[in-house]
Design a protein around this ligand. Structure first.
Ligand code: ATP
Ligand code: MG
Length: 355
């Protein structure tokens, strides 16, 4: 049985006339890794701050476990937080930095020593206890910040862009570390990022934010393969978004576009006569045979770009629009020339009809 760890009931946040968060409901299950993803100013930090208690809700209720914490001060909410700027105390050793939350909780000296050693092990920094923060790299300091928040075993950890200040290589490495920590400790994690690949790599579910509202909440698969809106389709990954006419036929539709793309049997229950559709560049297949595929389109090659393992082809259609096609590189694709005719096809199930 799943157990709810965090619940927001119609929580709203206003700063004067600025609505940072529209009335929002959200449930996070125990042990889940949920990422808040979205552009700057979309309300990600606001949600985190509301849960931690560093800001108060204008309306609505916030639950952690089976406690209504809406009116509780931050220090009574028993959760861990890690920020982008890992605010370690510079004059204290790594050991004392990590021990601090336990001293506040008046744990015994023996207890503290054992526990700090354990979490240093978890973040792969055993033996670093006697150093000062300035004697560590940025990535190591961030791991200490994570260790400090793990040390008192919170059930819930909130992280606000914890890897934002690090270079790409360190970020990738620490992503894996955070994922591993989440798996081994079974802790519930709510994680903020505006980096879509980070969200796809880490999350059980992604909560995509837009303008202070939840745009879509679902698994990485849901968001990538079944985005509901133009915003979602556009925000995650690359996409061709095209106006299409629809002819409904039972549980599916035939779609056609001004550029000449025709696809039959697209699964949908919509009855609309027109809609925007989305097709990922990699969902197209270049037809190397001579026959024109039934579900697809023909166009003129605008340009091709080889980026190692994949080749990107832009195809100009008869209405003048361009579509992007991405294929795994094959030697014979190198002969594709600007100006040549090319047909591509797509599986009906890879065409997504947007709201
Ligand atoms: N103290 C404040 N007073 C007034 N407006 C605020 C305050 N804090 C945040 N806001 C506004 O609330 C909205 C949401 O801000 P929030 O910090 O949640 O965004 P975010 O998604 O975390 O963005 P970023 O990726 O830039 O960190 C923004 O429009 C912001 O300007
Ligand atoms: Mg923020």
């Amino acid at each position: 049985m799943t157990e709810t760890m965090v619940r927001l009931d119609e929580v709203e946040k206003l700063y004067g006339a600025v609505r940072a968060l529209w009335p929002t409901s959200l449930e996070i299950q125990k042990g889940e890794f949920v990422t808040l993803l979205g552009p700057s100013g979309s309300g990600k930090t606001t949600i985190l701050n509301l849960i931690s208690g560093s800001i108060g809700a204008t309306c609505g209720a916030i639950w952690i476990g089976n406690r209504d914490v809406t009116k509780l001060p931050p220090n009574r909410r028993e959760l861990g937080m890690v920020f982008q700027n890992y605010a370690l105390m510079p004059h204290m050793t790594v050991f004392e930095n990590i021990a601090f939350p336990l001293r506040v909780r008046k744990r015994s000296e023996a207890d503290i020593r054992k526990r700090v050693d354990e979490v240093l092990e978890v973040v792969s920094l055993a033996g670093y206890g006697e150093r000062k923060p300035k004697e560590l790299s940025g990535g190591q300091q961030q791991r200490i910040a994570i260790a400090r928040c793990l040390v008192y075993d919170p059930d819930l950890i909130l992280m606000d862009e914890p890897l934002g200040a690090l270079d790409k290589k360190l970020r990738d490495q620490l992503q894996l570390e955070i994922k591993r920590i989440h798996k081994t400790l079974g802790v519930t994690l709510l994680y903020v990022t505006h980096d879509q690949s980070e969200a796809l790599v880490l999350s059980d579910r992604i909560c995509l934010m837009n303008g202070g509202r939840i745009e879509q909440l679902g698994t990485p698969d849901d968001l990538y393969f079944r985005p509901r809106t133009i915003f979602a389709a556009d925000f995650l990954g690359e996409s061709n978004i095209i106006d299409a006419s629809l002819e409904a036929d039972g549980g599916s539709a035939k779609i056609s576009t001004a550029g000449g793309l025709v696809v039959e049997g697209v699964p949908t229950d919509t009855k609309a006569a027109s809609a925007k559709i989305m097709i990922r560049p990699e969902s197209f297949t270049v037809d190397t045979g001579d026959g024109f595929a039934r579900n697809g389109v023909q166009g003129v090659v605008e340009d091709t770009t080889l980026t190692g393992g994949v080749i990107d082809i832009r195809l100009r259609l008869k209405d003048g629009s361009l579509i992007s096609v991405r294929q795994l590189t094959r030697r014979d694709f190198r002969s594709i020339q600007h100006g040549q005719q090319l047909s591509v096809s797509v599986k009906p199930s890879d065409v997504v009809i947007l709201q």
